[in-house]
Design a protein around this ligand. Structure first.
Ligand SMILES: C[S@@+](CC[C@H](N)C(=O)[O-])C[C@H]1O[C@@H](n2cnc3c(N)ncnc32)[C@H](O)[C@@H]1O
Length: 200
């Protein structure tokens, strides 16, 4: 991702936060229900009470709050490119670690986290034939001890050219090159699919 693309993501989230405040709309979700359907699919990979989680593009850290509501206390680290969104996240969570930047700004060691998750942070259109998204997926897998769960927009149904989307089977083929224990979850929202990649 180049500097201009990074700045565009920062600017659009500053604008959305000004417009909507602390609300899923500021994260470009249509509502809380849709956001939480995605959270549940990611958590269903097997995230349990006491696990450590890295949340890439954490937004307000809402996954952490949602997990607490399900009686799952996490050792939680969130990273996000937007300083404005991240400041809100920090102010809303007394515990948890919140770091500014993308995955390649961080110096995490291999297998630093039980789980590495991502919801919505690969939806930015970078016009790079998914090169950045694929690099993020690979790095997420490097950082996990137990597994990775992420979602993407489904290019078969989403026709918004300003958003990055992919054909599920193409991402599945990519994930199969990295990991032998994988699952494509494609039955929860029409425009969205998730991938699980577990370490064996
Ligand atoms: C659709 S929102 C989802 C936020 C959160 N995951 C949730 O579901 O509530 C996407 C978030 O990812 C952040 N983001 C976008 N691209 C990113 C990247 N390459 N690295 C880190 N954060 C990114 C945005 O600033 C935004 O907060």
């Amino acid at each position: 991702m180049d500097q201009k693309q990074r700045q565009r993501i920062i600017d659009k989230h500053r604008d959305s936060l000004t417009r909507y405040g602390y609300h899923p709309n500021a994260l470009y979700w249509s509502g809380r229900d849709i956001q939480e359907i995605r959270f549940k699919v990611l958590a269903d990979i097997g995230i349990q009470d006491g696990d450590s989680v890295l949340d890439v593009g954490c937004g307000f850290g809402d996954f952490k709050s949602w997990a607490v509501a399900q009686d799952i206390q996490l050792n939680y680290t969130g990273i996000d490119l937007s300083p404005d969104i991240l400041a809100q996240a920090k102010s809303r969570h007394a515990d948890g670690v919140f770091l500014l930047g993308d995955l390649f700004d961080m110096g995490f060691d291999e297998k630093s986290f039980d789980w590495v998750i991502l919801s919505g942070a690969l939806n930015e259109q970078l016009h790079d034939d998914s090169t950045y998204a694929k690099a993020v997926i690979k790095q997420m897998y490097t950082l996990c001890r137990k597994g990775v769960a992420f979602n993407m927009l489904d290019a078969r149904f989403l026709k918004a050219h300003d958003l990055h989307s992919q054909i599920p089977e193409d991402i599945l083929l990519y994930c199969q090159q990295i990991c032998s224990d994988w699952l494509l979850v494609d039955d929860y929202l029409k425009n969205d699919f998730s991938m699980y990649m577990r370490r064996v």
